[in-house]
Write a protein that binds this ligand. Structure first.
Ligand code: BGC
Length: 451
């Protein structure tokens, strides 16, 4: 264990952050020459997003970023994870650079640095330029090079000031939500497309890391959402279903990226839709990474279910447990188990918790400038305690970002689900820190000794 880590404490230099993503908070998606994204199009298709909500205004962060950085400074954050909209930088996804788009992110980074906040930049958080989607998007193998060129363009401008980079946020959600289930943009529903998208996401990740090594001097990693799978019984069918669910969600990306091969369960899950991949691809995919970003929200308890396409596994609701507004069980021990598992399977790679948080039914309005969200306070307390335990066990966790800084556009669920530690009144764009923000501020001020 590192000498600076005493059991029960967070290490020196630990990053205390909050996370957001471009389409979820920025608004003004076409401002200053930006190109449309698949999310902008998805939102305009009736019936796909709850309440017909769109990201046209979102939290208006594109115009209010200075106010938002001041808010972060008041909370005592020393890190902020945000994403860059590919289409602001390259309106057609490739080719001509839109200087105004890069300028925006440069201003944001400078504002953060002035406030003593370290930027963690995600290059892709689901908002593919629509022009690339028209050429097949994640289904087109050329996307690996399109993405690497985009990564190089951004790094060239910002690597002098940004020291932590993420290639792709949650590739599993992109292929599962966007191409298999169809609940997220671009809304395809295909067992054949999902594995192709997975493979191209991984190739794009590898190509971007290579491009970064040529251009950049700092750290780059991949962010995955991990959800530990526990069998509902010790029966063989449930154990096999749990292994399939785990391979599909937790190992589908980390195994190729860190070990150079897909989990053996994937061909079984996808059947004849699972292609034979050229072995040379795994050289591209398996690049040395400086860290893994883990997004942790919940666990699932799994039972075999032949009707649950295509993994043949479904989750069993736990009686007596607390569930969030997005129907996720609150299960902090899952974070401890997940981090142990990552360490055992992939070795001592540095880890950042790049997202952790919950949507609860908050009071609709602030009273006397206060908004009480006791369930979120308790969620944060329990997960930060779990994290402290993992660190005491020797897991190399270097930072934590709460999801999310602000209430924001929760994709197909629109604005109804609120994840923020800061409340946003969408009619006025007024920000009100919730009790959870005050709690997090106190935790940070004590460097995690008071939880
Ligand atoms: C995503 C966020 C999302 C959050 C809550 C993560 O899967 O990275 O964009 O808002 O979970 O659903």
């Amino acid at each position: 264990m590192d000498a600076t880590v005493r059991p029960g404490n967070f290490p020196e230099g630990f990053l205390w952050g909050a996370a957001t993503s471009a389409y979820q908070i920025e608004g003004s998606p076409l401002a200053d020459g930006a190109g449309a994204s698949i999310w902008q199009r998805f939102c305009r298709t009736p019936g796909l997003v709850a309440n017909g909500d769109t990201g046209e205004m979102a939290c208006d962060h594109y115009r209010r970023y200075r106010e938002d950085v001041a808010l972060m400074r008041d909370l005592g954050l020393n890190a902020y994870r945000f994403s860059i909209a590919w289409g602001r930088v390259l309106p057609a996804g490739r080719g001509e650079v839109n200087a105004a788009g890069l300028d925006f992110y440069e201003r944001l980074v400078d504002e953060l640095l002035r406030a003593g906040i370290e930027p963690l930049v995600t290059l892709y958080h689901w908002d593919l330029p629509a022009a690339l989607d028209e050429q097949g998007g994640w289904l087109n193998p050329d996307i690996a090079h399109w993405f690497a060129d985009y990564a190089a363009t951004v790094c060239r401008r910002l690597d002098g000031r940004v020291k932590k980079w993420v290639t792709i946020n949650e590739p599993w959600v992109i292929s599962d939500g966007g191409y298999l289930i169809g609940a997220l943009a671009p809304g395809h529903r295909s067992r054949v497309e999902a594995p192709i998208v997975t493979h191209n996401l991984l190739r794009a990740h590898g190509a971007a890391v290579q491009a970064y090594r040529a251009e950049g001097r700092h750290e780059i990693g991949l962010v995955v959402n991990l959800e530990p799978k526990y069998p509902a019984s010790t029966g063989a069918a449930d154990l096999a279903a749990t292994a399939r669910a785990d391979a599909y969600m937790n190992r589908q990306y980390l195994d190729p990226a860190l070990l150079g091969e897909y989990p053996s369960e994937l061909p079984e899950i996808f059947g004849d839709a699972w292609p034979e991949w050229p072995s040379a691809d795994f050289k591209l995919i398996r690049q040395p990474l400086d860290f893994i970003g883990v997004n942790y929200y919940t666990r699932s308890v799994v039972r075999a279910d032949e009707s649950a396409w295509p993994v043949r596994a479904s989750a069993v609701r736990q009686s007596g447990a607390i569930y969030t507004e997005t129907h996720w069980e609150v299960f902090p021990q899952g974070l401890v188990d997940t981090l142990q598992w990552v360490r055992q399977r992939y070795g001592d790679v540095p880890i950042y918790i790049t997202e952790n948080g919950a949507a609860f039914a908050d009071p609709a309005t602030a009273v006397d400038g206060r908004l009480d969200d006791p369930l979120r306070v308790e969620y944060l307390r329990a997960h930060l305690s779990a994290l402290r335990e993992s660190i005491a066990q020797g897991v190399d966790v270097r930072g934590y970002c709460v999801w999310s800084l602000l209430d924001n556009f929760e994709w197909a669920l629109g604005y109804a689900k609120r994840f923020g530690i800061v409340h946003v009144d969408y009619a006025t764009q007024r920000r009100t820190p919730k009790a959870s923000a005050d709690y997090y501020r106190r935790v940070i001020a004590s460097r995690g000794t008071v939880l």
